[in-house]
Design a protein around this ligand. Structure first.
Ligand code: FAD
Length: 477
C-alpha cells in the first residue's frame, strides 16, 4: 500500500499558457529601412494570449489604465473570436487603440497590476489591444460613434497631440462644435513628428485621427496660437465658448557646454521632426538630414533611443551610433524594450560618461567631444545614485554628428500672450487637477503642457478629465 502511494504521480496542475511572444523583424533586416519593427499578433496568438486573462472581478488593470479601458471586457470578446466587438469596446474610452497598443508603457500601467503577473508574466494587454485595433482597421469596419444633436457651443482646441485629439473626440460626440488649431502642417503632435515610423507607422496614426475629421471637427493647420491669434482673440472676437490647450512640451533643452553651437549638433526634437514629418530619410524628399559616420546621442530616455535608432537607419551599416549617458544601465529611463531593441540594432552604450566640451574642425563642424568618466555616489533627489566625475579621466570621443536628447520644456508663445494663465517656474500650466481648468475662466489645459514630458496615455487621460469639465462648464455658461 505504502509502495503504491509512493509511485502514484502527484496531482498535476493544469499547464499554464505562457505569455505569447510577438513576432519582430530581425535586427539586421530592420535597420535597413523605417518599416515597423514589431509585427503584431495573429488571431491564433491573440486568442491564446487572451485565454491567460483570469477575468478578475476587481479588474485592477482597468484602474491601472489612465483612460479606464474595459480591459477584461475586450479580452473576453477576443476569447469568443469577436475581434471587432473587442476593438469597439476599447474605443468606448480610447480613440487611439492602435497607437496605445504600440507605444504605451503597459509594464508601468495595466500590465504592472495584472493579477496573472503575480505568479507568471502578466497578460500582454498592449499586444492584444494592438491586434484588435489593427484587425478592425484592416477589415474596414471602423464605425463612427453616435453624436448628440448640435449644442450651439464652440470650443477651440489648441494642439493636436493625444490630449487635444481626445478632448475633440469627446466634445464632438456631445454635439459641440470643435475647431483644432495646430502649429504644424499635420495633425497628431508627437505621434507624428516625434515617435519614429518604425515604432508607430504614421498611416496608422492618421487613420485613427481621421475619426475626428469624420465627426466634423474643423481643422486649422499652420496656426501658431500665441502668435497668429491669442487666446483672448479666440474667446472675445472669434466667439469660442471655451478653450482647451494641449500644446505639449516641445522646447528642447541643451547641455549648455562650450562648442554646442557647432555644425553637426542638433536636438533630438529637431532631428526626429525632420526625419518623421519631413521624411528626410527618403532621398526623393528635398530636405535631407545628414548623419556622419560617428554619431553620439546624449541622454538615455525613450527619445534618445528613438534618435539613436533613427540615426542608425539614416546613416547606414557603416555608421557607428553611441548613446552617451552619465549614469549606468540600471538608471536609464528608457523602456527596457527600447533599450533591448537598440542593443540588438548595434547601438553602442557609452555609459558613466559625461561631455565637458565640443571641439570643431576648420569648418566649424563638430569632430570630437571631450568627456570625463563618472562613478555613482549616493542617491540624489530623484532617488537615483548621483554621478560623480572621476578626476583625471578626461578623454576625447570622436563624433561628426551629435544629437542632444536631454528632455524638453513647454514653449512660451501662449504663456507670454496670456499672462492671466498661471504657470510654474518650468513654464508648465497650473490647472485644477479635477477639471484641468486653468486660472483663466473657460480655459482648460492638459497633457505635457501641464505635466511636462510624460506619456501618450497620460495626455489622453488628462484630455478625458478636461472634456468632462468642459461639458459641465458649457452646460452652465
Ligand atoms: C521622441 C519621443 C518618443 C516618445 N515615445 C513615447 C512612447 O513610446 N510612449 C509614450 O507613451 N509616450 C512617448 N512620448 C511622450 C508622448 O509622445 C507625449 O507625452 C504626448 O505626445 C503628449 O501629448 P500632448 O497632446 O500633451 O502633446 P504633443 O503630442 O506634444 O502635441 C502638442 C501639439 O501642439 C502643437 N502646438 C504647440 N504649440 C502650439 C501653439 N502655440 N499653437 C498651436 N499648436 C501648437 C504642437 O505642434 C503639437 O502638434 C514620446 C515623446 C517623444 C518626443
Amino acid at each position: 500500500m505504502a509502495e503504491e502511494k509512493r509511485t502514484r504521480s502527484p496531482r498535476k496542475k493544469p499547464d499554464r499558457i505562457p505569455r505569447q511572444e510577438m513576432p519582430v523583424r530581425s535586427a539586421q533586416d530592420r535597420i535597413q529601412d523605417f518599416e515597423e519593427v514589431a509585427l503584431g499578433f495573429d488571431a491564433v496568438l491573440a486568442q491564446k494570449e487572451a485565454q491567460r486573462c483570469l477575468q478578475c472581478p476587481k479588474q485592477p488593470c482597468v484602474d491601472g489604465c489612465p483612460v479606464s479601458v474595459d480591459i477584461t471586457g475586450f479580452i473576453h470578446l477576443i476569447t469568443e473570436g469577436d475581434f471587432i466587438g473587442a476593438a469597439r469596446k476599447i474605443k468606448e474610452t480610447n480613440l487611439l487603440p492602435a497607437v496605445c497598443g504600440r507605444v504605451c508603457p503597459q509594464e508601468e500601467q495595466c500590465e504592472q497590476v495584472c493579477v496573472v503577473g503575480k505568479i507568471d508574466e502578466p497578460v500582454a494587454i498592449g499586444r492584444l489591444e494592438r491586434f484588435v485595433a489593427d484587425y478592425e482597421r484592416n477589415q474596414g469596419t471602423v464605425v463612427l460613434p453616435e453624436v448628440a444633436p448640435p449644442s450651439g457651443k464652440k470650443v477651440a482646441i489648441i494642439g493636436s497631440g493625444p490630449a487635444g485629439i481626445t478632448v475633440s473626440y469627446e466634445l464632438l460626440q456631445a454635439g459641440h462644435k470643435v475647431t483644432i488649431f495646430e502649429a504644424l502642417h499635420e495633425l497628431g503632435g508627437v505621434l507624428i513628428y516625434g515617435i519614429p515610423e518604425f515604432r508607430l507607422p504614421k498611416k496608422i496614426v492618421a487613420a485613427e485621427i481621421d475619426t475626428i475629421k469624420k465627426l466634423g471637427a474643423e481643422i486649422k493647420l499652420n496656426m501658431l496660437i500665441g502668435k497668429t491669434r491669442t487666446i483672448d482673440q479666440l474667446m472675445n472676437d472669434d466667439g469660442f465658448d471655451a478653450v482647451f490647450i494641449g500644446t505639449g512640451s516641445g522646447l528642447p533643452m541643451f547641455l549648455k557646454l562650450p562648442g554646442e553651437n557647432l555644425n553637426g549638433i542638433s536636438s533630438a526634437n529637431e532631428f526626429l521632426t525632420r526625419v518623421n514629418l519631413m521624411k528626410a530619410y527618403r532621398e526623393e524628399y528635398a530636405t535631407p538630414v545628414k548623419v556622419g559616420k560617428k554619431v553620439a546621442v546624449f541622454g538615455a530616455g525613450n527619445v534618445a533611443m528613438d534618435a539613436a535608432r533613427s540615426a542608425k537607419r539614416v546613416g547606414g551599416d557603416d555608421t557607428e551610433v553611441s548613446i552617451v549617458y552619465r549614469r549606468a544601465r540600471d538608471q536609464m529611463p528608457a523602456r527596457e524594450e527600447e533599450i533591448h531593441h537598440a542593443e540588438e540594432e548595434g547601438i553602442i552604450f557609452n555609459l558613466l560618461t559625461n561631455p565637458i566640451r565640443f571641439i570643431g574642425d576648420e569648418n566649424n563642424h563638430v569632430k570630437e567631444i571631450e568627456c570625463v568618466k563618472m562613478e555613482l555616489g549616493e542617491p540624489d533627489d530623484s532617488g537615483r545614485r548621483r554621478p560623480i566625475t572621476i578626476k583625471g579621466s578626461e578623454h576625447l570621443v570622436e563624433a561628426d554628428t551629435v544629437i542632444v536628447a536631454l528632455g524638453t520644456m513647454p514653449r512660451k508663445f501662449i504663456a507670454e500672450t496670456s499672462p492671466d494663465i498661471k504657470t510654474s517656474d518650468w513654464g508648465t500650466f497650473l490647472v485644477d487637477e479635477e477639471s484641468g481648468e486653468t486660472s483663466k475662466k473657460g480655459v482648460f489645459a492638459g497633457g505635457d503642457i501641464v505635466t511636462g514630458s510624460a506619456t501618450v496615455i497620460q495626455a489622453m487621460g488628462a484630455g478625458r478629465v478636461a472634456a468632462k469639465a468642459i461639458k459641465e462648464y458649457l452646460a452652465e455658461n
